[in-house]
Design a protein around this ligand. Structure first.
Ligand code: AMP
Length: 468
C-alpha cells in the first residue's frame, strides 16, 4: 500500500515523503482512513510502530480548514511524559510543515508565561501532560469547549503513573461532540473500561498482540551476583558493537550511581531522570540524539516512548519490577524494522520478575554467560536473597517454574481515595499495579502524579502528601 491510497492531502503526502516514509506502517494503514472519516479509534499499538503519524496525519488534514480562537484549542493530545509530549509535538511540526497550523506544548518544568502566550495566540493542536494542562485550566488560561479531537496516548502508562483521575477530569471538561482517539500498548481490563467510558462506537485497531516485543530485537539474559552487575555491564558493552544504548535502572538514585561509575571507567555516558531540571533533560536528550553521548543511563519514566533513531542496544541493568516495562524498554531498539539487541542483567533474586516477563512475552529469554564472570542461578521461589558465587549454569526458565504467586498488591490509589477530602476528583478506584516502591520520575512531590501535584493533594492531607 502507498500513502497516496489513504486519502491524505497533497501537502501531507509531500511532508510524509520528505520525512523519508515510503509505505504506511500497519497501524497507519488501519487507522488513518477511520480517523479521516471521523470515527473514534481504539488502537492497541506499541511505540515504534508509527502510531504518532497514524493520528497526527489525518488530524492535520481535518484541522486544515478553520482557525483557532485565543485560549480555545481545537484539538488536544494527552501524553504521559514531557519527553513523549515533546516528541509528538516535533512530529506534528514535521508532518504539518506544509500547513499553517499552530501547535503548543504544555508540559511541566517549563515557563507558564511562554505557554500562556502561545495559548493566547490560538492553538490548533495542543499537546500536554495532564497535570500541566489542568494547572493552566485552573488558572483560567484555557477553555476546552472548542476541542473537537482528543487523543489519549499511552493510556496504560497514564494508568501506571496515576494520571487517570486527571485524564477523567479533563475528558469531563470537553464537549461530547468530539472525536476521540485512544492508544495503549497493552489493553488490561482497567484500560478497556476507560476506553468504553471515553469512546463512542470505536473502530478497534491492533498491530501487535498486547505486550509482544518487537520481533527485530534479539534478547539475552545474564544472571550474575548483584556485586558483579556493573562489571557484567562493562564487559557486555565492550564486547558488543554498541553504537548507542539506553541503560535502564529501576530507581533514580541508581541511575546516578551507575552513570558515575561508567564515567569513572572511561565510558561516554550521561544520565536521564526526573529529578533533573527540564532544560537539562532536554539538553541531555538532544546530545544523545546527535550521537554526542553513546550511553544514556535512565529510568523508565524519563525514557518512556523516546524515539531515538537507530538505537543499537538496550541494557536492563535491573530487571524491571513490572513485566510491561520490559516490553517498553526493549522496544526502544529494533524500531521501524531495524535490528536491535537487548541484554538484561539479573541477580538471582530477580527470578520472579524474570518469570513474569517470560510469561508476558510468551517465550524464554536466551541465557548467555559472560567470560570471566560467574554465572548464577535464578531463584524463582524468593527463598534466598543471594546464594553466593561460583554457580556456573543459569538454567532457562522451565514452564512449571513460570507461575510465580503474585503478591497481594497494596493500592496506593485506594489509600489516596480513602484519605482524600470528599470533594476530590478521585472517582475511579483503579487498582494500582505497582507492588514495590518505585521512583516516579516526573513526580518530585507526590509519587504517581507525574509533574503535577493535583489540587486535592495540595489541600494539606499530610498522610498522603508525605507518602514516599
Ligand atoms: P512512533 O511509533 O510514532 O513513535 O514512530 C516510530 C518511528 O517510526 C518514528 O521515528 C517515525 O518517524 C517512524 N515512522 C513512522 N511512520 C513511518 C513510515 N511510514 N515509514 C518509515 N518510518 C516511519
Amino acid at each position: 500500500m502507498d500513502f497516496s491510497e489513504l486519502g491524505l492531502s497533497p501537502e501531507l503526502l509531500r511532508a510524509v515523503s520528505s520525512a523519508g516514509y515510503t509505505t504506511p506502517t500497519p497501524i497507519q494503514q488501519q487507522s488513518i482512513p477511520h480517523v479521516s472519516a471521523g470515527r473514534d479509534v481504539l488502537g492497541c499499538a506499541q511505540t515504534g510502530t508509527g502510531k504518532t503519524a497514524s493520528f497526527a496525519l489525518p488530524m492535520i488534514d481535518k484541522l486544515a480548514a478553520g482557525r483557532a480562537r485565543a485560549r480555545m484549542p481545537r484539538s488536544l493530545v494527552l501524553e504521559p511524559t514531557r519527553e513523549l509530549a515533546t516528541q509528538v509535538e516535533a512530529s506534528f511540526e514535521l508532518y504539518g510543515k506544509n500547513h499553517k497550523l499552530s501547535t503548543a506544548l504544555l508540559i511541566g518544568g517549563e515557563s507558564f508565561a511562554d505557554q500562556e502566550r502561545k495559548l493566547d495566540r490560538g492553538v490548533d493542536v495542543l499537546i500536554a501532560t495532564p497535570g500541566r494542562m489542568l494547572d493552566l485550566f485552573e488558572r483560567g488560561k484555557i477553555l476546552l469547549s472548542d476541542v473537537r479531537i482528543l487523543v489519549i496516548d499511552e493510556a496504560d502508562r497514564m494508568l501506571d503513573m496515576g494520571f487517570i483521575p486527571d485524564v477523567e477530569r479533563i475528558v469531563g471538561l470537553l464537549s461530547k461532540n468530539r472525536q476521540t482517539l485512544f492508544f495503549s500498548a497493552t489493553m488490561p481490563p482497567e484500560i478497556r473500561k476507560l476506553a468504553d467510558a471515553f469512546l463512542n462506537n470505536p473502530i478497534e485497531v491492533s498491530v501487535a498482540p498486547p505486550a509482544s516485543p518487537a520481533e527485530t530485537v534479539t534478547q539475552s539474559l545474564v544472571v550474575v551476583a548483584p556485586e558483579d552487575k556493573r562489571e557484567a555491564l562493562r564487559r557486555l558493552i565492550r564486547s558488543e558493537d554498541v553504537k548507542n544504548a539506553l541503560i535502564f535502572c529501576n530507581r533514580k538514585k541508581d541511575v546516578d550511581i551507575l552513570y558515575k561509575s561508567l564515567t569513572k571507567h572511561g565510558f561516554d555516558a550521561a544520565a536521564l531522570h526526573g529529578d533533573m531540571s527540564q532544560p537539562k533533560r532536554t539538553e541531555t536528550l538532544e546530545r544523545f540524539k546527535r550521537d554526542e553521548i553513546r550511553l544514556l543511563v535512565c529510568s523508565d519514566v524519563a525514557a518512556r516512548g523516546l524515539d531515538i533513531q537507530g538505537l543499537s542496544h538496550v541494557f536492563n541493568f535491573d530487571v524491571p519490577y513490572h513485566a510491561e516495562d520490559y516490553v517498553h524498554r526493549i522496544g526502544r531498539t529494533g524500531r521501524a524494522g531495524r535490528e536491535g539487541r537487548s541484554f538484561t542483567i539479573a541477580a538471582p533474586e530477580d527470578g520472579k520478575n524474570v518469570a513474569a516477563i517470560q510469561k508476558l512475552i510468551k517465550r524464554d529469554i536466551p541465557v548467555i554467560t559472560i567470560p570471566g564472570i560467574p554465572t548464577e542461578e535464578l531463584d524463582f521461589e524468593g527463598e534466598r536473597s543471594h546464594r553466593g558465587r561460583g554457580r556456573r549454569s543459569a538454567k532457562p526458565v522451565r514452564q512449571e517454574q513460570r507461575e510465580p504467586k503474585r503478591e497481594a498488591v497494596k493500592s496506593p490509589r485506594r489509600d489516596q481515595k480513602r484519605d482524600a477530602p470528599r470533594d476530590t476528583t478521585v472517582v475511579t478506584p483503579f487498582p494500582k499495579r505497582r507492588s514495590q516502591p518505585v521512583d516516579h520520575d516526573d513526580a518530585p512531590n507526590a509519587p504517581g502524579f507525574g509533574d503535577h501535584m493535583p489540587a486535592f493533594l495540595r489541600r494539606a492531607v499530610p498522610s498522603v502528601a508525605s507518602r514516599g
